[in-house]
Ligand binder design. Structure first.
Ligand SMILES: [Zn+2]
Length: 263
């Protein structure tokens, strides 16, 4: 099975969606703990929420496998992303600290190396290939890494997460002008709370590929799930809330495209 869905557009923009996948390998499926079986840490419905970008002309890359198989937004050497609590390349626990696997059912090292080779690597090769193509065609490329997470996860962050969490690796993954353009969109609305480089500063994808000096700018957007879906199982999509949120997402993508130029 191809480990991702990819569709190529005409704009200098690639939207990456690494955490919406729900496919499992037989080994992982057989080993998941009771609590993990409902795939609670999935970035639910993100492809649907960003469906509009395809019509705009963006390229879209969507991982098909669950992060419980291998996390596409972690470095292949599994260095921790944050000094505070976080989950790794092969999450041993759910966000809330519950074990991901039943006792003795964790996939072994050989199996996991296969997940890196057959799932992680192809996704990243596709990002690299597409960014290179966009740069060759347009002179520059934009990478938008799209995520969502439950609003309250005491183990990972205190209290209730802001609605909109923009990550630019503390300003290193895009130009100051791009950051300002995104901030202006956030500041122009009052429906949603927002923060730039708060708890979520951008994961491996944003950090690895955002190289403004190489004409590649990357931004991660971590959305609180409450604004477009139910945060409890079965995690239903909420159309009215989603339509409202999509207005801001569209404004943000348009602002980014207007700002991005070769520099
Ligand atoms: Zn995510």
């Amino acid at each position: 099975m191809n480990p991702f869905y990819f569709s190529q557009g005409s704009l200098p923009l690639l939207v990456s969606i690494p955490h919406a996948g729900t496919e499992l390998t037989p080994g992982v499926e057989a080993g998941l703990s009771e609590a993990a079986r409902g795939l609670p840490d999935t970035d639910w419905h993100i492809p649907l929420l960003y469906d509009f970008v395809r019509d705009l002309g963006a390229s879209v890359l969507i991982g098909r496998y669950s992060r419980f198989v291998v996390d596409l937004n972690r470095p292949p050497d599994n260095q921790p992303l944050y000094s505070t609590a976080t989950t790794g390349l092969f999450p041993e626990t759910l966000f809330d600290g519950t074990p991901t696997f039943a006792p003795g059912k964790t996939p072994d090292a050989t199996e996991r190396q296969g997940y890196i080779d057959q799932i992680w690597q192809p996704y990243h090769q596709q990002i690299q290939q597409e960014l290179a193509r966009l740069k060759a065609q347009h002179g520059y490329a934009l990478l938008f890494d799209a995520h969502s997470i439950a609003s309250e996860i005491p183990r990972l962050f205190e209290g209730r997460l802001p609605d909109i969490n923009v990550g630019t690796n503390d300003g290193a993954s895009c130009t100051p002008a791009m950051s300002a353009a995104i901030e202006a969109v956030c500041a122009a609305q009052t429906d949603y709370s927002w923060v730039i480089n708060g708890r979520f500063k951008g994961g491996y994808i944003t950090r690895a590929y955002g190289q403004p000096q190489q004409q590649i700018e990357a931004v991660q957007l971590e959305l609180a799930q409450r604004n477009y879906m139910d945060e409890t199982s079965p995690y239903a999509w909420q159309q009215a809330r989603a339509a409202q949120l999509q207005k801001v997402l569209k404004a943000m993508i348009h602002a980014m495209l207007a700002q991005a130029k070769p520099h």
